[in-house]
Design a protein around this ligand. Structure first.
Ligand code: 1CP
Length: 348
């Protein structure tokens, strides 16, 4: 069997065209997703049901023609299985009933391998997907993922999504030791979680640091990046051939300081691709970075895809959005994005 084009691209090898996938590609813009989610009853039930989770993982391959599948799950299943009682409420997003306020709160959580071993439904979904993808015979890679310790900690400390991050920043500046203890424990669970995802059959790892930009740049390494690098080092020491994608959103001011043993750097939509290429392009393959709202216009999508391709050329690049696709994007426009990425990069 030929190598998977997406894996080759992650490793910086030459590929016949530039592969493309979209962050949040399995989701609410697809009517087929909404049907399966309704059958499951709610979002968490869908994550807990390997057959249904595998079904929605595959949907964007058939419907929009992307070159990689991303496991359907959520970053917040990790703190949930550490004992934090995750709930999703319609219109409100995720919520933890009892956010972490003290060392005693952290001490009560399940940690390390024990917490990672509770995520059996994720590993079962991956095993099922491995079989289904291999049966298709089209060499589509499967991406597994985790949230970065910092991004996960923001939810664990705030109890929900936040615009100001005031509760976790209060901890950062007035009790950094507790924040580091939380980040350390989450890092240990994530290491074993990603190891088990790899053992279950994923081809590529992506680490989402969606809320990187909440940290002042001089403190970004201390409170986030070094923990992401610890995870990458652990995985690379055991699985050197499994590519790792780092996606820290919104931190171009950190590009001069980026270090670590990983393969692909995900560029968000607000950071210029040319800057990323100049600072990081020799060391890492770059992924990204169309502004996701361009998907509302096919013309604006084409212009952006052409621009990004002009900057990146045919090498060391993976097309993606610069953050997740939004639920009200027309499916036709998502298909247009994918086919334009293929057209400009010469897919026959
Ligand atoms: O109602 C629904 O169907 C739930 C919406 C939804 C979906 C489709 C949530 C709740 N999570 C997901 C799936 C999901 N989440 C995937 C699936 C794979 C894919 O197709 O990409 C992935 C990779 C995630 C990762 C995730 N969850 C991130 C990091 C990526 C990003 O977009 O920044 C974050 C921050 C979350 C938390 C989360 N889960 C769900 C929501 C609505 C949120 C964001 C809440 C907030 O804004 O704070």
């Amino acid at each position: 069997m030929a190598n998977k084009i997406f894996v080759d691209a992650c490793l910086g090898k030459e590929t016949p065209y530039t592969p493309v996938w979209m962050m949040r590609q399995a989701g609410r813009y697809l009517p087929e997703y909404k049907l399966v989610r309704a059958e499951a009853g709610n979002f968490l039930n869908l994550c807990h049901d390997p057959k249904k989770a595998a079904e929605v993982t595959i949907q964007p391959l058939d419907i929009v023609g992307v070159d990689a599948a991303i496991l359907f799950s959520d970053i917040l299943v990790i703190p949930d299985e550490m004992g934090m009682d995750l709930g999703f409420f319609t219109g409100e997003g995720p919520k933890f009933s009892d956010p972490l306020k003290s060392q005693a709160d952290l001490d009560r959580l399940t940690k390390g391998k024990e917490a990672a071993s509770k995520l059996t439904y994720v590993y079962d979904t991956i095993k099922l997907l491995r079989t289904q993808l291999d049966e298709r015979g089209d060499n589509i890679a499967l991406i597994g993922f985790t949230g970065a310790p910092w991004t996960l900690a923001t939810y664990m400390i705030e109890g929900q999504g936040t615009k100001t991050y005031n509760i976790c920043k209060k901890m950062m500046y007035s009790n950094p030791e507790l924040l580091h203890n939380i980040l350390h424990e989450v890092t240990q669970v994530v290491k074993y979680y990603m190891e088990k995802q790899i053992e279950s059959g994923i081809d590529v790892v992506q680490i989402f640091d969606s809320w990187a930009a909440a940290i002042e740049i001089d403190m970004y390494d201390e409170f986030s990046w070094k923990y992401m690098v610890e995870i990458a080092d652990y995985l690379k020491s055991k699985y050197p051939n499994v590519p790792i994608i780092m996606f820290p959103k919104g931190i171009p001011a950190f590009y001069d300081k980026v270090y670590g043993n990983f393969d692909v750097f995900g560029v968000d939509w607000a950071s210029p691709m040319a800057l990323a290429k100049e600072k990081l392009g020799d060391k890492y393959v770059l992924q990204g970075n169309m502004e996701p709202c361009r998907l509302y216009s096919q013309e604006m999508t084409t212009a952006s895809v052409e621009n990004i391709h002009k900057v990146m050329g045919a090498k060391r690049h993976i097309f993606n959005l610069g953050h997740g696709i939004l639920p009200d994007v027309p499916v036709e426009n998502a298909k247009h994005f994918v086919s334009e990425c293929h057209r400009v990069s010469g897919k026959k």
